[in-house]
Write a protein that binds this ligand. Structure first.
Ligand code: SF4
Length: 428
């Protein structure tokens, strides 16, 4: 066995749960800056100031697309060459840029200083800068910092580190009170659907993190029960646990089965009966089943491979296999957080080829050998695979589209059916 093969050792896992191949090597994924695109849409009074290079500015612009109708609430303070020589100038320049942003944008209540590879390399201390700027602009704006550098984060981890920076700011939930805290960015329309279901179940009060307004941060404390809406928020979950919250063990609300299991975890914690859960969910489940039927016809029997990118791979693979009849060739995820993924792993076939980490060349070789009907991957790998006649799906679409909950189950399936339909048309 070669040393590279040794690195891909097969882990010893508990019975019924797939073995995990661990791969280490070159990765090809976006950095955490991409998270700003969906975070700035959600937190409507927040501004994200990336302290980085022109490359960072380009990445952000291309990930966000061109925003014509709204003044975007993100920008890049570009580090110039002379900044690399003197940090004092750099801090002065940062203070000037922040003052400028705040003067122009009276609606901004929280400003995130977002670290990047260049700011890390020159060791610009953004937490000190955030402290200094918070003092300077006290009463006007809250200034927080986090690092989304590609040295430390993959693209969905950007949300995790952002929410973690908010966690110490959350007010304390009063002793003796309890609440449900749903964690992870959801489009407002999906958040409203879930809020209605929780209300009908008699579960409450329910808070969402991140909130729509940064001035309305949800409380956290011993009585908080946390339901993660996204599987890539491990550090935030642990920070909330340190503040006394209890993490509910549940699958993720993707597809009918995942959404029902997710709601059931909250229902169990609030002592809601199975019968009531069935009553409240019957209509949206019936709607979702009708919507899914057509997509299932297109997807059943098709073979799919996931390359590691978003950390959404496992719950979505579970949905596509169990509810859409797809065959999982390989499911790879950048990180496998056991604590957060336990309920999902139980639902995967025990003989699944499950990979953690990436050695991009080896993985591409496997895709070429397997020739799945569809490969889910990052933008950078999609074009070369398409050029080889393989159909692909960009994983970044999964964080830009409403995919959670019963009413979005068919839309989620359609995201995968579309490239297959297009591919079939091209062959005609
Ligand atoms: S943070 Fe690093 S990886 Fe991300 S765009 Fe900037 S230079 Fe590139």
């Amino acid at each position: 066995m070669s040393s590279a093969d040794e690195q891909r050792r097969v882990g010893v896992e508990s019975c019924g749960v797939p073995n995990v191949n661990r791969e280490r090597g070159q990765r090809q994924v976006f950095c955490g800056l991409a998270g700003i695109v969906w975070l700035h849409r959600k937190i409507q009074d927040a501004f994200f100031l990336v302290v980085g290079s022109r490359t960072c500015a380009h990445l952000l612009q291309s990930a966000a697309g061109v925003m014509i109708f709204a003044e975007p609430r993100f920008a890049t303070a570009i580090l110039q060459e002379r900044d690399l020589a003197g940090l004092a100038d750099c801090n002065q320049e940062l203070d000037r840029v922040v003052a400028d942003v705040l003067e122009r944008r009276s609606d901004i209540k929280t400003l995130f200083l977002v670290g990047s590879c260049p700011s890390e390399v020159i060791k610009l201390d953004l937490s000190k800068a955030a402290e200094r700027l918070s003092e300077t602009h006290q009463g006007r704006v809250r200034v927080l910092d986090y690092s989304a550098s590609g040295l430390e984060t993959t693209f969905t981890q950007g949300e995790d580190v952002c929410l973690m920076s908010l966690t110490p700011q959350l007010p304390l939930l009063a002793e003796g009170e309890s609440s449900l805290l749903v964690v992870g960015t959801l489009p407002d329309v999906v958040e409203d659907q879930f809020a209605r279901i929780f209300r009908d179940l008699g579960i409450g009060p329910v808070h969402f993190l991140p909130p729509r307004q940064s001035t309305e941060l949800p409380p956290v404390g011993k009585g908080s029960r946390v339901l993660l809406a996204q599987p890539f928020l491990g550090e935030t979950a642990r920070a909330l646990q340190k503040r006394g919250a209890t993490l509910l063990d549940a699958p993720y609300p993707l597809g009918i089965e995942g959404t029902l299991g997710w709601l059931k975890a909250a229902a169990d914690a609030w002592g809601v009966s199975e019968e009531r859960l069935r009553e409240v969910t019957a209509a949206p489940i019936a709607r979702a089943e009708r919507g899914l039927a057509r997509q299932r016809e297109l997807l059943a029997g098709k073979r799919i491979t996931f390359l590691p990118d978003s950390q959404l791979e496992i719950p979505i693979a579970r949905f596509l296999a169990r509810e859409c009849g797809m065959e999982l060739v390989e499911v790879a995820t950048p990180f496998l957080d056991r604590q957060l993924m336990e309920s999902e792993l139980q639902l995967l076939p025990s003989d699944l080829r499950l990979t953690e980490g990436q050695d991009v060349e080896r993985q591409l070789d496997r895709v070429r050998e397997d020739r799945p009907d569809l490969t889910v991957c990052g933008l950078g790998l999609a074009n070369p695979l398409e050029a080889e006649g393989l159909r692909t799906k960009w994983s970044i679409e999964l964080v830009f589209s409403p995919i959670h909950g019963f009413d979005q189950a068919a839309d989620l399936a359609e995201l995968f059916a579309r490239p297959l339909v297009r591919g079939a048309l091209l062959q005609v």
